[in-house]
Ligand binder design. Sequence first.
Ligand SMILES: [Fe+2]
Length: 200
Amino acid sequence: MGALGALPFLPIASVRGQATALIPTPSQTEGPFYPRTFPADRDADLTQIAGRAARAKGTPLYVAGRALTRDGRPLAGATIELWQCDVYGRYHHAGDEGAPRDDNFQGYGVLTTSAEGHYAFKTIRPVPYSGRPAHLHIRVRPANGPALTTQIYIAGDPVGGDPVLAASPKGTLALLSMPLGPVSGKEPDALEGTFDFVLG
Ligand SMILES: [Fe+2]
């Protein structure tokens, strides 16, 4: 752990009795590839499409964390959507046709957070494409209140020249970076990352 974007579930530090709010997760553009039509299989494992024998190409990536309010309370029952490119940098989207593409990659998944605000996806490590660094697209829809649309970047990846980050306020990248590390008990090359979303 030690992720800039990963916040431990601990009582919020207080200074002279005043609660210190968490820093809200910055929003980012939805981008052009939010699905127009959703896949029949839209579960939280994007590496396996129901009914297909083959799994998605690419490095398996386990992403988990929590959705929280600014004062550290879990957002139970929030909907979290993840959409991203396949190992070839292609989205499952009519606006991103062409080859090569991985038809065994689900491209989009959605889940509901637990009573403690937890979520977990299995996907692949995203790759850079056409001037953009590797990123995951995320939307968090709490049971009440406005949604957060953002993007998660991979800590340590080069991001120079990215037009989205260049147009973002200073400090945005640090708040949206997710370190990855090896994971035991999964595929030998699998990676895992933790990222908490703070809405408010
Ligand atoms: Fe994208």
